[in-house]
Design a protein around this ligand. Structure first.
Ligand code: AP5
Ligand code: MG
Ligand code: ZN
Length: 216
């Protein structure tokens, strides 16, 4: 099962991926999570990426293409992969196509999770994140124990880029640079729209209905 989870910041890509990766037993590859791990560890990549991320801007294409090329070679991708947050630009999509041709794992479905801007802002401003990749929402998906991750026991924090001014910038960049990929994948016949406004369970069910036929 070779999938991209697509959608604006706050659409619920990470939330859905957490369940989907268990359900279908394919790795969840989030470029945002990979970059944040590098920021935490203070790698050269992390130091460089942080400058862009804190402003809500995209990290340069060549950096992301390198990350994805390496990640998709790992053995856990042999039965498929679920990309989250990549591709975000036309050059990233073109590079992905070439990488996937070389490893003979062409993309099967791009799930476009659609949520209006107003709701995205509410979701991101109430989000609390764990370094394990789990995310919560103070109102919509509260952690059982305030401040603590139910999955790993880690301490929850608010992402630096979830401040309202940075959120607006991320939404603008999404509209300008990433949204054109909707047409790109629609033209290739592999885009499926998902209504992302329902509950986490509603959205999960819609996605399963789309993906189940691709199960091998
Ligand atoms: P990244 O980490 O990918 O952030 P993003 O795309 O902005 O998406 P988010 O993680 O903010 O949202 P999500 O869709 O995962 O939502 P979530 O499930 O958490 O990227 C961060 C930065 O890294 C970028 O700005 C860029 O700088 C850089 N970067 C990453 N990839 C890059 C690339 N390819 N190229 C260049 N730069 C790159 O949900 C959000 C909230 O809503 C949570 O609180 C959740 O609990 C809640 N929620 C989820 N579903 C529902 C629901 N159905 N109902 C109510 N609440 C819900
Ligand atoms: Mg995410
Ligand atoms: Zn955690």
């Amino acid at each position: 099962m070779n999938i991209v989870l697509f959608g604006p910041p706050g659409a619920g890509k990470g939330t859905q991926a957490k369940e989907l990766t268990k359900h279908y037993n394919i790795p969840h590859i989030s470029t945002g999570d990979i970059l944040r791990a590098n920021v935490r560890e203070g790698t050269n990549l992390g130091i460089k990426a942080k400058e862009y991320m804190d402003k809500g801007e995209l990290v340069p294409d060549e950096v992301l293409i390198g990350i994805i090329r390496d990640r998709l070679q790992l053995s856990d991708c042999k039965d498929g992969y679920m990309l989250d947050g990549y591709p975000r630009t036309l050059p990233q999509a073109e590079a992905l196509k070439e990488i996937l041709e070389n490893i003979n794992k062409p993309l099967e479905v791009v799930l476009n999770i659609d949520v209006p801007d107003k709701e995205l802002i509410d979701r991101l401003s109430g989000r609390r994140t764990c370094s394990c990749g789990e995310s919560y929402h103070l109102m919509f998906n509260p952690p059982l124990d305030e401040g603590t991750c139910g999955a790993c026991g880690g301490k929850l924090y608010q992402r630096d880029d979830d401040r309202e001014d940075v959120v607006r910038q991320r939404l603008e960049i999404y509209a300008a640079k990433t949204m054109p990929l909707i047409d790109y994948y629609n033209d290739r016949g592999i885009l499926v729209n998902i209504d992302g406004t329902g509950s986490v369970e509603d959205v999960f069910k819609q996605i399963r209905d789309v993906l189940d036929p691709y199960r091998k």
